[in-house]
Design a protein around this ligand. Structure first.
Ligand SMILES: Nc1ncnc2c1ncn2[C@@H]1O[C@H](COP(=O)(O)OP(=O)(O)O)[C@@H](O)[C@H]1O
Ligand SMILES: [Mg+2]
Length: 231
């Protein structure tokens, strides 16, 4: 088992936001985490990677339990998180952003991120802050992949982006997860997109998982989409 979350409860300070969350990922597993706004997706991701408080439950990599609130411990084990604000270094160039990630790499077999995102190759010398939103998301994903992760966690992949660039991002993620053992947890507001990229799905409502299963099975269940409709 690459990654296991067991009975997680998490939140911020005294505020409990997510609870009773359990799931496991093997190498190569891809999981879409869906749910309407405010249901706790970001908080769950942040609890898992140690950026929010874990009140109960355990997170384990390779069966070894991890301390709470310790994002570095997870990064050192090959778990890389792309936050919803993308978090690129605005004043550094594209190439410098990538280079820094390579220096912090967990593994040795990072994908060729410039081959994956030719747009970035053309913009290597451009400061990241001057890129479009789509290019910044490409850079955020490229940086994460340059660390040669075993598990990539992406919060809000397509938020605010043009459909054409979203398609490029989806293609890149499908390619890297398909040809390596890279595992993925993906949060996105577009269930069809997320389920095209990921084999499994979990739906959150008010901090808890209310549905989970394979993308193929849940995607053909009309009740599933009701869980995602803003009412
Ligand atoms: N730093 C924080 N402190 C307290 N409450 C927060 C914080 N961040 C988010 N929340 C609350 O947690 C709930 C879940 O938010 P979030 O995890 O961002 O949901 P999602 O990512 O599904 O939109 C919301 O009610 C939100 O207001
Ligand atoms: Mg969120």
């Amino acid at each position: 088992m690459l990654f296991a979350a067991h009975d997680i409860a998490g939140g911020y300070g005294a505020i409990h936001i997510v609870r009773n969350i359990s799931f496991e990922l093997d190498a190569g597993d891809t999981l879409a985490l869906l749910g309407r706004n405010g249901m706790g997706k970001t908080t769950l991701l942040r609890t898992l990677v140690g950026l929010a408080d874990r009140f109960a439950g355990g997170v384990a990599v390779d069966g070894k339990p991890l301390p709470p609130r310790n994002p570095r411990a997870l990064a050192r084990l090959g778990v890389t998180f792309v936050p919803d604000d993308r978090g690129v270094f605005a004043r550094l160039t594209v190439a410098e952003n990538i280079r820094l990630a390579q220096l912090a790499a967990y593994g040795e077999t990072a994908p060729d991120v410039y081959a994956l995102f030719p747009d970035l190759k053309r913009r290597m010398l451009q400061p990241a802050g001057t890129l479009s939103g789509g290019q910044q998301q490409q850079l955020a994903i490229a940086r994460a992949l340059a660390t040669a992760p075993r598990l990539l966690i992406v919060d809000e992949l397509s938020q605010g982006l043009q459909p054409s660039v979203v398609e490029d991002l989806a293609r890149a993620l499908i390619e890297v997860t398909g040809q390596s053992g890279l595992a993925l947890i993906l949060v996105d507001q577009n269930p069809k997109l997320a389920m095209r990229i990921c084999d499994k799905v979990m739906v959150m409502q008010r901090g808890e998982v209310v549905a989970s299963g394979s993308s193929a099975m849940l995607g053909s269940d009309p009740r599933f989409f009701d869980l995602l409709i803003v009412s």
